[in-house]
Design a protein around this ligand. Structure first.
Ligand code: PMV
Length: 315
């Protein structure tokens, strides 16, 4: 027997940064994300021979480069699977295979899509074996977030909202955007996002941010509803810069920004100044820059792709 599932990645416009409970990944603030349907993780689960342990292996698929995971990343993946197995009282052993359709060497975070795909696939297998119904996306998202917080948003599209009390889709205009990721570095991060979630809480700016987010959230949703792309750009940019400011003002300062990240931020700002229009810009806990365009900005997205491709990988 073999079960398969796939799930997309997502990019947050209002970031999840800081947890009120680190064990069960309860966010200190609500986040809002756009789901990236072209960046996919695939998972396959198969029963293994009796007496074997659960194991992870790379999934070989034409869409994917062969994935390699560190021993600790494999264990994290297997432990998340075991959590779901335990919910069904299943003691059989399984081989879990996974891969991403975006190359690992691009430094693109794959935890959101891979944990969402693993959760879906594990539920498919367990509900099949126990002859029970598949849980709802909200139920699966609530379990997925235990493996990787941001993965819970990948269960909803095109936009998802996640707070300490809810995970759901949110209906907003701009249902289809063009996404580009400019890869400045593919080196593994020195500070993992789990460490960042802890460290930011030592920043003197953390509480102020938490107090300001509900208003920022409302303003961003209004900007969407008013088709006010310019305000969306301003809010989304302010938001990720503020998150990066938490990193540099934490008790042990750290940073992901590189001078190339700043150059791209400035380049996009210049485009906005020149044209009174441009893409949205955001960054996660890494040096790479994400751009989002409206469909009618396809020409601009092609021009910028050609421009940035001279120096960086553009995914
Ligand atoms: O899901 P985690 O623990 O990898 O946290 C991801 C946090 C950010 O990517 C920086 C922001 C976000 O909301 O996705």
């Amino acid at each position: 027997m073999k079960w398969t599932a796939e799930a997309p990645s997502n990019i947050a416009l209002i970031k999840y940064m800081g947890k009120s409970d680190h064990d069960s990944n309860v966010p200190t603030n609500p986040s809002l994300s756009y789901t990236l349907p072209h960046l996919i993780s695939y998972v396959e689960i198969k029963k293994s021979a009796e007496g074997q342990e659960d194991t992870w292996q790379p999934l070989i698929k034409p869409e994917c480069d062969k994935l390699s995971l560190s021993a600790s990343a494999q264990l994290k993946f297997i432990n998340h699977f075991r959590k779901i197995k335990a919910l069904y009282d299943i003691t059989d052993s399984f081989i879990i295979r996974s891969c991403n359709n975006f190359p690992q060497a691009t430094g693109m975070a794959s935890s959101a899509s891979s944990f969402a795909a693993l959760t879906k696939c594990a539920y498919k297998a367990m509900s099949d074996i126990t002859n029970t119904h598949m849980p709802s996306p909200i139920e699966m998202a609530n379990i997925s977030k235990l493996g990787s917080g941001s993965s819970c948003r990948s269960f909803f599209a095109p936009y998802a909202v996640w707070s300490s009390t809810e995970i759901n889709s949110i209906e907003l205009p701009y249902e289809r955007l063009i996404h580009q990721s400019i890869v400045i570095s593919s080196k593994p991060k020195k500070i993992s996002s789990s460490q960042a979630h802890r460290l930011v809480q030592t920043s003197p700016k953390f509480n102020e941010r938490i107090n300001n987010i509900p208003m920022r959230f409302t303003e961003l949703v209004s900007a969407f509803k008013n088709h006010d792309w310019r305000s969306m750009y301003d809010i989304v940019k302010f938001e990720f810069l503020e998150m990066h400011e938490l990193f540099s003002t934490s008790a042990t300062p750290f940073h992901y920004m590189e001078s190339d990240s700043w150059q791209i931020i400035d380049h996009i700002e210049d485009i906005w100044i020149k044209n009174s229009d441009g893409p949205l810009i955001t960054m996660d806990a890494g040096p790479n820059v994400h751009l989002l365009y409206r469909p009618e900005q396809a020409n601009l997205s092609n021009e910028l792709k050609d421009f940035f491709s001279k120096k960086y990988a553009v995914i």
